[in-house]
Design a protein around this ligand. Structure first.
Ligand code: XMP
Length: 518
């Protein structure tokens, strides 16, 4: 647990609750998101928040079983900010009234007009007239609770901004956390200032605290860490190494499904730059022979996942009595989301991770990044001196090129794919686009097509190029390359990579597509 002042976000199921946390972290304020049904008075007492935010949510306060805030939250004596459903539930609990009904729903852009009286929460607003905000509500507050006044109105939300300044309770109908409320960040800044946060959640401070915590947790025991070469496991490894030195051994598994030059890059950086004990497990024959003849995406993923565990176990035993397993788990993986449907979600893909491994091997987990978002991990990586190209690397999936080779995997296809991918990424870098793109890669399609090169007929593989923008990989949009870029890249690939005679660009967003092809 962190020693910083903490802000509690109570999640009522909004799609954008994580954005509230993002805005606060940008203000160097430590916050955690917890679902409404997992916080009670005991939790509030142990969490001891300096302020509380109620998120939005899809429910109606007057529906049966509507989500409610925990008992005692209004008696904590700390500032509370309610957003959208959070506003409605606050009014409902404190003696106001909420109604649904015709003609009052409001979705999308709206403009808030200030009332005569100014509210410190809105400092810096209205400098250029009415403020644009993003509304998304079916119900609305029809009577505010005793003690509250109105500080802003919009055409369909007469109570767009309400507050009881004496108790420091604030409630807004719109979503200040989204991009479409251009000055929403200012509102959060004002809120945390009013709550007395010092803004001391910095990566420098975090690094020192994390190191102390790791030492405390691990003592004199050995730790193993699976390195993928991605930024999360790399940052975790470097941080843990700083804390416990050679008690840490990293295992880098080369499953034969890595990109061009990848194994060398990762191994060199860890051995030369950091001097971190590293086992480079070249297990490509094992993986590739197990995958021979396998074309079903789920069978591929499960085969790879199982082999990873076997290999890891083999090397962990060799290290001699490791008691801990380090993982680069991030905060978004830890946040429990509220499910209103109640049912289990459908498995789209079996993601490879080391889940299940710790219990099987009798290991305890060390997860020093579990409080951080991806960009905070990158900031921590910089703090730890990781080379910039490593920090900015696009994500690369555990199953590697296997899921970029739909259908059967062969060494020939993998060799073609590696070369083509290297040309594509080189093109992206040369055009200065690498950092604008969340992830880019080539995939080799399970088909050959006819072409003509020189005076001859060709019958070669077709490639798909993929590039997406995204914030967290959950949703994504295809990257709008220029036609010139695409033409030049296709020409380079076909000229430089033998075995390819056709190149497609994938213009599918996610959903309905996924980022990887399998
Ligand atoms: P999809 O294809 O599900 O991918 O849209 C979303 C993000 O997750 C990555 N990905 C994986 N990462 N193990 C990983 O570590 C996996 O099994 C895996 N499958 C997909 C993918 O590269 C993208 O960034």
């Amino acid at each position: 647990m962190t020693q910083h002042d903490r802000l509690l976000i109570i999640d009522f199921g909004s799609q954008v609750t994580q954005l509230i946390a993002r805005r606060l972290r940008e203000l160097n304020v430590y916050c955690e998101i917890h679902p409404f049904n997992r916080v009670d008075e005991k939790f509030l007492a142990s969490f001891a928040p300096r302020a509380v935010i109620f998120s939005g949510g899809p429910a109606s306060v007057y529906a049966e079983g509507a989500p409610m805030p925990p008992k005692g939250v209004f008696d904590l004596g700390v500032p509370i900010l309610g957003i959208c459903y959070g506003q409605q539930v606050m009014m409902h609990c404190l003696g106001g009234k909420v109604e649904g009904g015709h003609g009052t729903a409001e979705f999308g852009r709206a403009f808030v007009t200030p009332t005569a009286e100014r509210l410190p929460l809105l400092d810096g607003w209205f400098a250029e007239g009415d403020e644009q905000v993003w509304m998304s509500h079916g119900d609305h507050v029809s009577r505010i609770a005793p003690g509250f006044s109105v500080f802003g109105t919009s055409p369909n939300a007469p109570f767009a901004v309400t507050a009881d300044p004496a108790r420091r309770f604030f409630a807004v109908q719109f979503h200040p956390e989204v991009h479409h409320t251009p000055h929403g960040a200012k509102l959060y800044e004002n809120f945390v200032r009013l709550a007395g946060f010092k803004g001391d959640w910095t990566m420098g401070a975090y690094r020192d605290e994390a190191i102390a915590r790791i030492r405390d947790q691990v003592g004199g025991q050995k730790v193993i860490c699976g390195l993928s070469g991605g930024v999360d496991s790399s940052v975790a490894a470097v941080l843990i190494h700083e804390a416990i030195g050679d008690q840490l051994t990293c295992v880098f598994v080369d499953h034969g499904l890595l990109r061009q030059g990848e194994a060398e890059q990762v191994v060199t950086m860890f051995r030369d730059t950091y001097n971190i004990p590293l086992i480079h497990a070249d297990e490509s024959d094992l993986f590739l022979s197990a995958l021979e003849g396998v074309s079903d995406p789920e069978v591929k993923r499960k085969t790879i996942g199982k082999l990873f565990i076997d290999v890891f176990q083999k090397h962990a035993t060799a290290v001699g009595g490791a008691k801990f397993l380090a993982q680069g788990t991030l905060y978004p993986d830890v946040i429990e989301s509220v499910s209103f449907s109640g049912g289990p979600s459908v498995t789209i893909k079996s993601h490879h991770n080391v889940g299940g491994l710790p219990e099987k091997m009798g290991l305890k987990l060390v997860e020093p990044l579990r409080e951080l978002f991806k960009d905070e991990v990158r900031a921590l990586g910089r703090e730890l001196g990781l080379p910039e190209p490593f920090i900015r690397r696009h994500p690369f999936p555990g199953p590697g090129l296997a899921i970029r080779c739909p259908g059967e995997i062969t060494r020939e296809k993998l060799a073609i794919l590696r070369q083509a991918d290297a040309v594509y990424i080189d093109q992206i870098r040369k055009h200065g686009l690498y950092d604008d793109i969340w992830q880019a890669f080539a995939a080799i399609l399970p088909m050959k097509t006819v072409g003509v090169m020189g005076d001859g007929r060709t019958y070669d593989y077709a490639l798909a190029l993929r590039a997406v923008t995204s914030v967290d990989g959950m949703t994504a949009d295809y990257y709008p390359f220029t036609h010139n870029f695409l033409g030049e890249t296709a020409t380079r690939i076909i000229n430089e990579v033998r075995g390819v005679n056709r190149v497609f660009y994938d213009c599918t967003s996610k959903p309905p597509g996924t980022i990887e092809l399998e």
